[in-house]
Write a protein that binds this ligand. Sequence first.
Ligand code: SF4
Length: 685
Amino acid sequence: MSGAVRTTCPYCGVGCGVLATPDGKGGLAIKGDPDHPANRGRLCVKGAALGETVDIAGRLLAPRIGGQDAPWGQALDLIADRFTDAVAQYGPDSVALYVSGQLLTEDYYAANKLMKGFIGSANIDTNSRLCMASSVAGHRRAFGTDTVPGLYEDLEQADLVVLTGSNLAWCHPVLHQRILAAKAARPGMKIVVIDPRRTATCEGADLHLAIAPGADAHLFNLLLCHLFDTERTSADFLPHVTGFDAALTAARAASARATGLDPADLAAFLDLWAGTERTVTVYSQGINQSDSGTDKVNAILNCHLATGRIGRPGMGPFSVTGQPNAMGGREVGGMANMLACHLELENPIHRAAVQAFWTAPRMADRPGLKAVDMFRAVEEGRIKALWIIHTNPAVTMPEADRVARAIKSCEFTVVSEVWPHTDTARLADVLLPATAWGEKDGTVTNSERLISRQRAALPPPGQARPDWWAVAQVARRMGFQGFDWTSAAEIFAEHAALSGVAGALGSDFDISDLRGADYDTLAPIHWPQGPAQQGGRFFGTGRFHTPDGRARMVPVTAALPAQEPGQMLLNTGRIRDQWHTMTRTGLSPRLSRHLAEPYLELHPDDAAGLGLSTADLAQIDSPQGRAILRVMVSDRVAPGHPFAPIHWTGQTAPSGRIDALVAARTDPVSGQPASKSTPVAITRH
Ligand code: SF4
């Protein structure tokens, strides 16, 4: 291969375009793609270091059965036999797939089709459950469909950008750079950051509201009341909305005191938001990863619906996804409670249409197990055969130690991986060598519904194969028709054709125009397209996907995380230069220079009370697990709310398998775990 290959970054949901040029020795030179609309040539440090992460030393290069290399055919036969036997003996719900927002859309499509249409169970869930499930649920409650209304350019066109529960500067750096560039060009634009921590994102902000942890719904309920009391609700838009009175009544119970904010700062924020028509409210894991995450999402959506600030240039609520293809996964329905193309699993007409399109013998007709419940079912022996694709739940799931034990105890576990040494790969009965970024071909959808090609710039090493191929091979060996694809392009064409069926049923997601597109040269493209959808935005006309066409405001009872006096609640999150469990970013020496080891950021008052200083080792215990972390004393965190990053997996001190500490406490609507408020005890190690 020679010449620059136009592809996309495999990390965050910004979805930056990358030019990857093979050096002829197995390496890649990396540049930002100046023609990609998401980044216009920019890359953050993680994207820029991609060329340092493509060395194949240590890669999994052949299938392994019981730790021994084996031919692909033998591994695939074994998987098909064990899944077939489990289904025959215990029924379709005795098997499960756990997949990933790192999968390409075509991989996701194949896995979803196999489970929901052919095995006949919806037991396919994804690590997106840990990431965006509360946004999905909030969107569906309010809009009738899981649709992000706006575009990145809205963040540049806004007069006010509110970032809540989002350390955008570290977690979505290029999008943050775009906002800062817009503010530099138009200094009147205001940025407000709402976060208990004083993060790097605060540096470019006009106002930082160091809100009490978990008090977001209080704040946005107060805002709703303020909008009503100051007559800032939209008389033009409210006819397109139901539930205003009930939402306002519930909001009246919100407490300014609960927010922990200085009254003057709170008043300034309420006035600024109320008085600025072009407002975008960006939110991410600080909102979603909560046991009331869906309510928090709806508290935000309520304010935008009450003012009609949605689906028009420079305004709207904006959920930014953590992963490169969390949106593509949602499009193919790769979650346990979704169907495909934004159709509904519970709707018999939708099910019948998808079944007819797939010529599927056995459609799932009820939601499957969401991630936390899935691994509980594994633990209890109800899941007999489990296939984990491109993710590392033995580290990333809450109660990770328990999840690792559950996987180990499962009768039959398959893991598709790039590396043989991950915590999850080590637990597999069968390991399948997967292609990695740089070798994979397919599409991804970023946080603004932009579909982009990811292209191979390097040949697959050894016997590594795409995930869609492995899924299709197993499906065929299980005796199923409809898995004869020979390329990702054929799967994309099928996916696009199915979206036409969905579009005819009223789904937002209709990309059927792309089914005949030249896949090789496919340029980044938003869905929807065209003037009917206002150039890629949704809901500005006031038409929603509910039965009566109106949006639903949801009454939200604001809550706070339970906290005993003197108790520490551990907050968790990403750092700037690492990605998930570091299996890729950990290969780059320069990325490890930023923060070299797992740490606990501790407020000076807490540190003094515990007799700890910077560089000491602290032992952090919860009922679920233990970590040993290097102390970093800092007033960037609030007293009683220390912070630890999620990335490290090591077993020797300092060791930071943080999700081993986190309890599997979930939002009752979305099933998303509350990863940011775990009660812990901290002592000197
Ligand atoms: Fe990759 Fe996100 Fe950085 Fe863009 S901002 S280069 S998508 S990690």
